[in-house]
Structure formats: C-alpha cells, structure tokens
Design a protein around this ligand. Sequence first.
Ligand code: ADP
Ligand code: 5GP
Length: 198
Amino acid sequence: MRIFVSGPSGVGKSTIIAEILKRNPDFVLSVSYTTRTARPREVHGKDYFFVSAREFEDMMKKNEFLEWARVHDNLYGTSLSWVESQEKLGRHILLDIDVQGVKQAQGKRVSGTYIFILPPSIDELVKRLAKRGTEDERSFRLRLNNAKDELKAWTMYDYLVVNDDIARAIDDVQSIIDAQRCSRFEMIGRIPWLQEIE
Ligand code: ADP
Ligand code: 5GP
C-alpha cells in the first residue's frame, strides 16, 4: 500500500513518520530526489537523494518521476522506479510529499491513502518551525507564507490528523494504516480461497 503524508513545513511529519517506520517494519519511506542542500544530520540516500538542478531536470525529461514539484524554491520528486523496486520486495511505502505532488498523483489516479497533518494552530506551527532551527530567515518566511496556501488544500485528503499531542497524532496515523491493512484491496491477495468459492 502507498500512504501519502502531507502538511505544512514544521507540522511534525518527519517526527510522526520516524515513529511509524519503527512500528511498521514492512514500511519504507520513499526517498525523494531534491535540489535542496542537506541539513546537518541528513544522509544522502536515506533522507533524500541530494542532486544538482541539472541532474533533477535530466530525470524530469526522462519521465522518471511519479510526481515532482517546486516547493519552497527547491525541486523535489518521487522516483517511480525506486517505489516500484521497493514494492517488488514486498514493502509498503510512506510518501512525504507536498500538496502539489498529491494533486499530480491524484490527477494520474495513483492509488493510495492520502493523509494531511494539521497543526493545532498557525501560531503553534510558527513556534515549531522556529524551535527546529533548521531554516535561515528567508527559508523560514517562505515556509510560513506557503503554509496558509497549503492548509487550504485539506479537501484533497482522505484523512485529517491534528498534531497537537505527538503521541496521539502517531496513534491516529497508525490507526489509519491498521484500517488500510484490513481493506478489501489489501486482504484479498491473502485469502485465495475466498475468490474460489463457486
Ligand atoms: P516537518 O517534517 O513536518 O517539517 P518536524 O517533524 O521536523 O516537521 O517537526 C518540526 C518541529 O516540531 C521539531 O522540532 C519537532 O520536534 C517538533 N514537534 C513535532 N510534533 C510536535 C508536537 N506535537 N508538539 C510539539 N512539538 C512538536
Ligand atoms: P523539507 O525541505 O522540509 O524536507 O521538505 C519540504 C517539503 O517538500 C515538504 O512539504 C515535503 O512534504 C515536500 N517533499 C519532500 N519530498 C517530496 C517529493 O518527492 N515530492 C513532492 N511533491 N514534495 C516533496
């Protein structure tokens, strides 16, 4: 299954996703390509594939992306072959992509579960982004300016999770995954005899 997670910068997506990956060893995070520079502690091939604009554009021309978007002045994209190779290994995929990427994926009818993470308030979002301390002044302002537009995209999603208390938000995302595990589409492959009843 493919679980798409979006939300404004600083809302807590990475924090939630890290815990979900710990709890669900059959899930992997889709490692996106980006032209953004790596933050301290970010690892090439684990957090992102950090590439030049030229390399990224080359991949765009070759149609290698399931979706891509310009977000906060940088390019980000999901490699279709990377996702498919993980699925062939039997893994489920978590995708942390922005609202434009979700719009593209839904336009191409990419099936999946679409989750939007909301902050308890815009003030709290500002505090979290400041507390993380990873952005320079320009990037900080850009991310906050974009946040309001991104929040207006909530109607595109199947589920809304408010990240007020982090433990609660993680449990909510886990509940959504657990429900998807029982969906007809996921279950049918595991119950072959059900399709053979005459
Ligand atoms: P994103 O990946 O959405 O940009 P992060 O996961 O990096 O956001 O979280 C931004 C900051 O907010 C981090 O410092 C994180 O520890 C903090 N944070 C995440 N969830 C909560 C929460 N529920 N309450 C308080 N702080 C939080
Ligand atoms: P950050 O720079 O904070 O890691 O991510 C910035 C934004 O880019 C986040 O909203 C994140 O969801 C989005 N993002 C990360 N990877 C991708 C991707 O492959 N495609 C798209 N469309 N957005 C992405």
